[in-house]
Design a protein around this ligand. Sequence first.
Ligand SMILES: NC(=O)c1ccc[n+]([C@@H]2O[C@H](COP(=O)([O-])OP(=O)(O)OC[C@H]3O[C@@H](n4cnc5c(N)ncnc54)[C@H](O)[C@@H]3O)[C@@H](O)[C@H]2O)c1
Length: 356
Amino acid sequence: MNPQPLTASVIGCGTGGRLSLEALSASPHFRIVAATDLRPEVRASLEQEFSGLRTFGSHQDMLAHCPTDVVCVSTYAPSHESIVLDAIELPSLRGILVEKPLADIAIAGRRILSAIKSRRLPMVVPHGLRTRATALQVIERVLHGEIGELRSIEIQCDKWDLLNAGIHWLDFCLAATGESPIVTVLAACDTSTRTYRDGMQVETVAVTYVENVSGVRMIVQTGDVISVNTPGKKTLFRLVGTAGIIEFWGWENGYSILNTQYPAGQTIVPQEFPVFGHRRHLEILAEQIRSGTPDYRLPESSQTALEICEAAFLSWQHRCQVRFPLASFVPPSPSDWQPGKAYSGVGGGRDGRKLA
Ligand SMILES: NC(=O)c1ccc[n+]([C@@H]2O[C@H](COP(=O)([O-])OP(=O)(O)OC[C@H]3O[C@@H](n4cnc5c(N)ncnc54)[C@H](O)[C@@H]3O)[C@@H](O)[C@H]2O)c1
């Protein structure tokens, strides 16, 4: 016999919130009962679309008048912390979905995680690649050494920024490297167009260079106009190992592999899972609730991905390489040193021909 469905609500019902609403209404494990959005026109259309749904203009009202077993927080990143802290006060709450990026700043993401963990509440962050056949098969092949020792992951991502899409890609990199700790992050950003996206100021173009403890390089090129060097693709992942290469293209199903098993290269299109994306994450949440065993590996990886994003922005802001752990980062004093300018012979510095 199927267990009683868990009651659920969603806060923030734009693109991300709708992915949760649709997933909850399609899944037999949930009954969607309430939603909050600041915009009256959004509430009106939700009431038409999801029969019996109660809507609210403030999350405090919704939590007070319509408490649920599960809450999905899908507003913009800067409001996640205050909303999550309100939601976890709810005695009825048994599990929570928090959208990526967990927060706008890493320390707020860490506070969200600590508060949720201290209640031992099951939690998911819906990084879609973690539920897709292609990405999971690529991770498995890499972790099983099918392209030898992984040396680098190059990502090219057109029309999206590091914090909003790159964070999915960084979470994938962490999974494909067995969550090996990050050592340094170095980044450069062009901000000339003052682009904003999903409630955040973002880069026009940026390159983020991440190195982990095993020496794997993750090189992420993001921004408004990136020319992806496999024709016809908008997003590209290229994983290079000592004995092969795998390439895949973000959300697209399929990948190419060149290794000892496929010396001439092969395109493989795996069968997609019947349930993926937000619904898969929410059903994993339901399993964790029912078994009473929260698993924080994915939220922790998402937090590390957020820390890499923040480290990239700090690197650009302070013109320095950022060493992990991020919590110990202290910005260097401002420097007038200009690579490419003639060295006058005075003014201190370090003789680069006499490095130990
Ligand atoms: N995991 C994914 O695949 C995925 C996909 C899309 C968006 N997202 C994430 O979802 C979040 C929202 O982005 P979006 O694309 O849905 O933006 P959006 O602009 O489409 O929608 C945001 C909605 O939240 C509402 N809102 C804002 N503050 C609110 C508050 N305090 N209380 C109630 N409602 C509030 C707005 O009125 C709006 O309808 C972001 O963190 C984004 O990164 C994730």
